[in-house]
Design a protein around this ligand. Structure first.
Ligand SMILES: C[S@@+](CC[C@H](N)C(=O)[O-])C[C@H]1O[C@@H](n2cnc3c(N)ncnc32)[C@H](O)[C@@H]1O
Length: 314
């Protein structure tokens, strides 16, 4: 669980008192330090018996809280929130100083779909790695299969780092991504390339005409997608690709991995890989009219973590 500090409820102040040093209190300390929200923090808990100072944090026993100036008191407990609040009120603390959280501040860690995740940090870091990834993995496949690049699609293009390298080879390239920001960035990046179009996609629906695409590729995005998403999306790929068209898909090979047990939550796995593998890809292909022509199992920090499938629409 992740406990979000109630930033919106606490008046901006020089100092703050956190009431409770358990998991919630510890999480608050980290958030307050990272955001530099206050210049000093008082932490109190029944287990703290004597005062001590560590950096901006002063640990104080509960009976010393009332000796402090009237800083906001944030109750770092859900279970005992009512009890603590009543206790403070009885001690004469004004109600407007006491801040409680509710369940909206409690988040299941990493519980989000890849299309709702904030990829900004990724976009910034990945940009410098496009050439080496393109030349190592994609280019040899392009040479081997001589894909028809007349109507190509970059699926989940991000900010267009791979499209930038491939756009020169394509007669027409449509870049799609669910992130409006990323697509806005791509539109600006490719504004002088008349053959590139950028479109905002739906998570399971691709805004491209049926039977209109000769080649589709997806790089470093489907590695995070679960079985259900890949299943839906492969139906979409099958809809938009012409018969005989190829797709090159970079996806996870973490399910049934030899060195770890993949979690259903992609964010808990090495390199955030989903619980999916090469066999799953072949299975979905066979249901929606594709044949897997080739599957390259590749290392990605961890041996055999990823797979690049070359699939053909029958
Ligand atoms: C790790 S980034 C990779 C971006 C790009 N392919 C690259 O290599 O730089 C993952 C991208 O997938 C996009 N995405 C996630 N789910 C998607 C979906 N269902 N349909 C389209 N794009 C999606 C995200 O918005 C994000 O831009």
């Amino acid at each position: 669980m992740f406990y979000l500090f109630p930033f919106g409820k606490v008046p901006k102040c020089e100092s703050i008192i956190i009431y409770g040093a358990g998991i919630i209190g510890q999480s608050y300390l980290k958030q307050l330090q990272v955001t530099q929200f206050v210049s000093s923090i008082y932490l109190t808990d029944k287990k703290i018996t004597s005062a001590k100072k560590e950096g901006i944090i002063t640990f104080i026993p509960q009976n010393e809280v009332l000796k402090l100036p009237a800083y906001p008191i944030v109750v770092a407990s859900l279970k005992f929130a009512e009890e603590i609040t009543q206790h403070l009120l009885q001690q004469g603390v004004k109600a407007n100083r006491i801040v409680n959280i509710d369940t909206s501040h409690v988040m299941e860690e990493g519980q989000c779909d890849p299309h709702t995740f904030n990829w900004n940090e990724y976009y910034n870091n990945a940009e410098g790695h496009n050439e080496v990834q393109f030349h190592t993995y994609l280019e040899p496949l392009m040479q081997k299969y001589s894909f028809d690049l007349s109507q190509a699609v970059d699926f989940a293009c991000g900010k267009g780092r791979i499209a930038d390298l491939l756009s020169g080879e394509c007669q027409s390239l449509i870049c799609v991504d669910t992130s409006k920001d990323a697509i806005r960035h791509c539109a600006e990046r490719f504004k002088n390339k008349k053959n590139v179009e950028c479109r905002v996609s739906e998570p399971e629906k691709i805004p491209v005409d049926s039977d209109s695409v000769s080649f589709l590729y997806s790089w470093d995005a489907m590695v995070h997608f679960d079985y259900r998403s890949v299943d839906y999306l492969l139906s979409e790929f099958s809809r938009i690709l012409k018969v005989g068209g190829y797709a090159v898909l970079h996806h996870s090979n973490a399910r049934d991995h030899g060195s770890f047990k993949a979690d259903k939550n992609w964010r808990r796995n090495p390199h955030c890989r989903s619980e999916f593998n090469a066999e799953d890809m072949r299975h979905i292909c066979s249901k929606v009219g594709f044949i897997a022509k080739e599957q390259q199992i590749v290392d990605w920090g961890v041996k055999e973590l990823d797979c690049i499938s070359v699939i053909k629409k029958l």
